[in-house]
Design a protein around this ligand. Structure first.
Ligand SMILES: [Zn+2]
Ligand SMILES: [Zn+2]
Length: 380
């Protein structure tokens, strides 16, 4: 038997690929090898199975971790059981949406067992720039499907008005074995009699109509850690949507943070960058500029004499915290710029004109200047 190929190679992704990259790659490969597109093509069929297996493992954080450690030789044998991976049926149409996700999420036994988990929620939330420096205790209000207050999520407020569904024993899911082409497949489906809820309601609650869930607005408190950057996600366990089935665990809430821009700093991780426009006199004679700073200490920028626009001044240790665990800070880089007067008065023009010849004499001839500048620019 040929040796088993590496799952990452199969999905054509790097070892450090994100969940999204893995999903995208799987989706495009699955479209390419889908049996609907390759009827009676044994090679495409086996490729399709192979990418499914790789995706089943790599899309599951826990299984992926085990694979990263042990490779194919993990203790306890194949995670798919003694017969190994059998392939699953995925609608070609589902490859365009996200319809295949639930198939893969049900492969491996997880903490929540058979019960279906509530949906995860994602909300975006913006915080002032200062939060990246100091951290921030914050809160927001979300509207989410939660267990109904009127019936505590049971679907009925009356005793005996709701009972666990006997067909699925309250799980809301049932397993069916079916043959799909050459694949023997276990399909987990919503239980029909209770429509996946795990309960039969004879006397529905007035508030939720027997659904057990109702939209509620809730306040969520959270802490934004110093060093946070736009796109970072906070995960609030069990704060997502309530499960649609009886006793099923709730989903998680993800808060995606957007850090508002600073009035003058650009940000590169924990390093900050700003431009400082100065007059010709300040650049030539040197100066010290004081500006208010994010750490509430004044930022002193010492501009040495004979400075030129485009030169930079590095102030280390005054950028943002690297993160809340390592509180040392990045740097501030100041790029010098020249700010010429927009409308100099006649008097000022006259004065500058008077020193023009003297200035010209105090710097090298024009061709030398041009060459010097080119050499500097080229870094030698
Ligand atoms: Zn049922
Ligand atoms: Zn209710």
């Amino acid at each position: 038997m040929a040796s088993k190929r590496d799952y990452y190679d199969i999905l054509e992704v790097n070892k450090d690929a994100t969940e999204d990259q893995i999903k995208q790659s799987f989706r495009s490969l699955a479209r390419k090898y889908h049996p609907d597109k390759n009827p009676n093509d044994a090679e495409a069929e086996s490729n399709f199975k192979e990418i499914q297996e790789a995706y089943a493992i790599l899309s599951n954080p826990e299984e992926r971790r085990k694979y990263d450690v042990f490779g194919h030789e993990r203790p306890g044998g194949s995670p798919f059981g003694s017969r190994g991976f059998q392939g699953v049926d995925i609608n070609f149409d589902d490859l365009f949406g996200g319809g295949f996700e639930s198939i893969f999420s049900q492969f491996f036994g997880s903490q929540q067992g058979d019960r279906s988990r509530g949906s995860d929620l994602l909300v975006r939330h913006s915080v002032p720039f200062q939060a990246a420096m100091d951290g921030l205790e914050d809160e927001l209000e979300i509207e989410a499907l939660k267990d109904c207050d009127g019936c505590n999520g049971l679907g009925s407020s009356k005793d005996g008005g709701s009972r666990p569904c006997p067909s699925c024993e309250g799980r809301g899911r049932i397993d069916e074995i079916s043959m799909i082409g050459p694949f023997r497949q276990r399909v987990r489906k919503d239980c029909a009699p209770c429509r996946g809820s795990g309960r039969l309601v004879s006397d529905p609650c007035n508030d939720c109509g027997g659904n057990g869930r109702a939209p509620q607005s809730i306040r969520v408190k959270f802490f934004v850690t110093p060093g946070i950057a736009s796109g970072n996600r906070l995960r609030m366990r069990n704060q997502g949507e309530a499960s649609s089935s009886l006793n099923g665990p709730p989903g998680d809430l993800y808060i995606e943070i957007e850090v508002e821009p600073h009035p003058w700093f650009e940000r590169d991780g924990s390093d900050l960058l700003m431009a400082l426009p100065l007059s010709f006199a300040d650049l030539t004679l040197g100066t010290t500029v004081e500006i208010p700073h994010i750490d509430s200490e004044t930022l002193l920028i010492k501009v040495p004499p004979s400075s030129n626009p485009g030169e930079t001044i590095l102030i280390s240790g005054r950028g943002l915290p690297r993160n809340h665990l390592r509180p040392n800070r990045g740097s501030v880089t100041v790029v010098l710029r020249l700010q010429s007067p927009k409308k100099p008065s006649r008097k000022l023009k006259k004065k500058i004109d008077e020193i023009r010849a003297e200035l010209e004499d105090s710097i090298p001839p024009i061709e030398d200047r041009i060459k010097d500048e080119a050499r500097l620019r080229r870094g030698r």
